[in-house]
Structures are given as C-alpha cells and as structure tokens.
Design a binder for this molecule. Structure first.
Ligand SMILES: [Zn+2]
Length: 372
C-alpha cells in the first residue's frame, strides 16, 4: 500500500516520511488512534516506504520488488501479530490467510469486524502467550533482505499480561534494525511500562473534507449527503462507510425527522400515526440509520445552542434546519430525547415490533419537545 492510497492524514504522512528520510525511525512506536482513522493502512504504507528500494519524496515507488512484496503482504521481513480466537488456533500465523484477504478487501476494519471474519460465533480474540513466543522466534532470525525487520502488532492492547511482559523484555533490548509498530485503539488497556518504552504516534481523525470527497467520488453520494455523513462519522472511515452503505440517506432521514417533529409539535395525532407507519415500513437498516441520524441532530442542536456555529459539524442544509430546530432541544429534554432514540435503536436491533416502537417514540417526542 502506498501513502497515496490512504485516506486523508496528510500531515502525519509528511511527518512519517520526514522521519524516515532523516534516519529517525524509532525501534518501538505506539500508533494510537481509533481504527477508523486508518492506522493499519498508514502503517502498511509506512512499512512499504521503509522497505522501498527507490523511495520518492513523499511515497514509496510502488513498483520495486520490495514494494511488490509488501503490497502482496508477502515480504519476509514484515511480520504481523494480531488477536486470534484461541480455541481456533493459538497464533496469528494460522489466520494469516484471513488477515491478507481482509486487508485486500478493505484495510479499514476494527476489532469487532475482525472477530466476525475469523469466528462466526464472535468469541473474543486475544494476543496470547504462544504469540509472544512466536514473535521472539521470528525476531531472532536475521533479516532476509538485509534491511529492517518490522513487527506490526495490531490491537496491541489485546495482549494478555504474560504476552505483554514478554514483549516488554524485547522492547528493553531490541534486536538490531528491528522496528516494532504497536497499533492501539484504546490506550487505557496498555501496560504503562510498555507505553513508557515506545514513541507515541497519535493518529488523528480523518478530516471531513477527505471523507466527503471519497463518498462523492467512490460512492456517488450528493454533496449534502456526503458532508452530512462525513461530519457524523467523527473522522472514522469505518463509520462513514457504514453510514453511507446502510441505505439510509441522511437527506431522507432529515425529511422524516422534520415531518415527525412537526406533527409532534402540533400534537396532530393522525399525522403522528401516519408518520409512525411510514417509519415502520422502512427496512431495519434504514430505521437504524434514521435513529442514528436523530442522535447526531440532537447532539449538534445542543452544541449549536451553547456554542453557536463554531463547533457544530453539519452540512449547510442541516445548519439551516438546526438553526430553527435547536430551540426544541435544551438542557431540559436533551438527555431524555437522546435516551429515547438510542434505546429505540437498541430495540430495532433486537427485532422489536416497529409499529409499536415508532408510535411510542413519536408520542414520547411530543411530550418531550414541549418541555424545552
Ligand atoms: Zn519501491
């Protein structure tokens, strides 16, 4: 993978490349950030740059034999460790086929999606004792190609304590020309001793213009939908992709939202019932999309009321809507409205009767907006 294939993150790409050019490649790095920000694709592009035989100013060449090997995930000096379901196999190597397929398909995935890739039952994967022995064994080998040896540990916070302590020993006395890349989603779960021995690389959110542009270009979304999804995704391509492919278009959701709230405000029972019926007729994914969108609008409306336009993350059309709507969402009812929508999302996921659910929802909304 080349840096050019990684979405957004231009500043970080520049810094990574500069580091390599100036010979500042720390032997133990902790890359911290939500999986949706693209830590894994960035790390793959970084490895490819490190191995590349003809590295350019800002990217690997993409065509030398090293680049080809990294691209195919078959470089002999690039090693991976990641969480696995122990009852199905004790080390990453046994799942390497799945790992490659998953990355080729789409390198933006999180632990949850990975779990479902390797285990239908969704049992919790970890990085266990055998893995740490395997890591030691691999790093004892001299590098095949004479350059760096890289050990990329994805979701390093899923290491159990024994594995983490073993790793700590290697980090204290690293083999020569070895680079550890520890990719971490949640720093709270990492041993502080490991943290203190690694150089921290923070992976920021992907900026919303990059996400929006990709949604327009690759998925054919209209600009207002793309902007809306991009803002709602909080810088995560995984969320943006899920939102965009859920079938629920935010412009449709917004129309429904407006209709429902208008009926509830007027206390027009017939319109409210019609509204509940039309919601019930949507697919479950669309219903979930609508509810998620509602949660987003509540948050943004509250932000708008307290901070005005500075901090809100909305497309232009949504901003016009929220300017009026925000007076219905205040400190008096925000929590209840938010709770109502997130609970309904939970019930839709669990096959609740949609007619009852949305009828109940709109009557609750009627009570709550009159409390604002
Ligand atoms: Zn190359």
């Amino acid at each position: 993978m080349q840096f050019s294939e990684v979405l957004g993150q231009q500043d970080l790409k520049n810094r990574l490349v500069q580091g390599v050019k100036n010979g500042r490649v720390s032997h133990a790095q902790m890359w911290l950030g939500n999986s949706g920000y693209g830590g894994l694709p960035l790390a793959l592009a970084y490895c490819q740059y490190l191995f590349c035989e003809n590295p350019g100013e800002s990217d690997s060449c993409g065509s030398c034999s090293s680049c080809q090997k990294v691209k195919k995930l078959q470089h002999p000096d690039l090693h991976f460790a990641f969480p696995v379901v122990l009852s199905e196999g004790d080390i990453s190597d046994k799942f390497y086929g799945d790992w490659r397929t998953r990355i080729f398909e789409n390198p933006y995935f999180d632990l949850n999606q990975w779990t479902l890739t390797i285990d239908e039952k969704g049992r919790k994967p970890i990085i266990g004792n055998h893995e740490s022995q395997n890591i030691l064994k691999k790093l004892r080998l001299t590098s095949f190609e004479g350059g760096y040896k890289i050990m990329l540990i994805w979701m390093a916070e899923e290491m159990n304590e024994t594995a983490a302590n073993k790793l700590l020993k290697i980090l204290e006395e690293p083999p020569e020309k070895t680079v550890f890349l520890l990719l971490v989603d949640n720093a709270d779960k990492i041993l502080t001793t490991i943290m203190s021995r690694t150089q921290l690389v923070k992976i920021p959110q992907i900026n919303h213009t990059s996400i929006s542009a990709k949604l327009i270009h690759d998925y054919g979304l209209h600009m207002s939908d793309a902007d809306s999804v991009a803002f709602m995704s909080d810088g995560s391509w995984i969320s943006a992709y899920e939102l965009a492919s859920s079938g629920a278009r935010n412009t449709d959701s917004r129309d429904l939202f407006v209709e429902g709230f208008r009926a509830a405000y007027k206390k027009d029972v017939i319109e409210m019932m019609n509204w509940a019926n039309s919601l019930a007729a949507l697919s479950r994914e669309e219903q979930k999309g609508f509810l998620k969108y509602g949660l987003h609008l509540f948050r943004q409306s509250l932000l708008f009321s307290y901070t005005n336009e500075k901090l809100t993350r909305l497309s232009r059309e949504e901003m016009d809507f929220v300017r009026n709507f925000s007076r219905f969402v205040t400190g008096n009812n925000f929590e209840d409205l938010y709770g109502l929508f997130s609970q309904s999302h939970y019930f839709v996921d669990r096959n609740a009767n949609p007619k009852i659910l949305f009828t109940d929802l709109i009557f609750q909304v009627m009570k709550l907006i009159h409390l604002a």
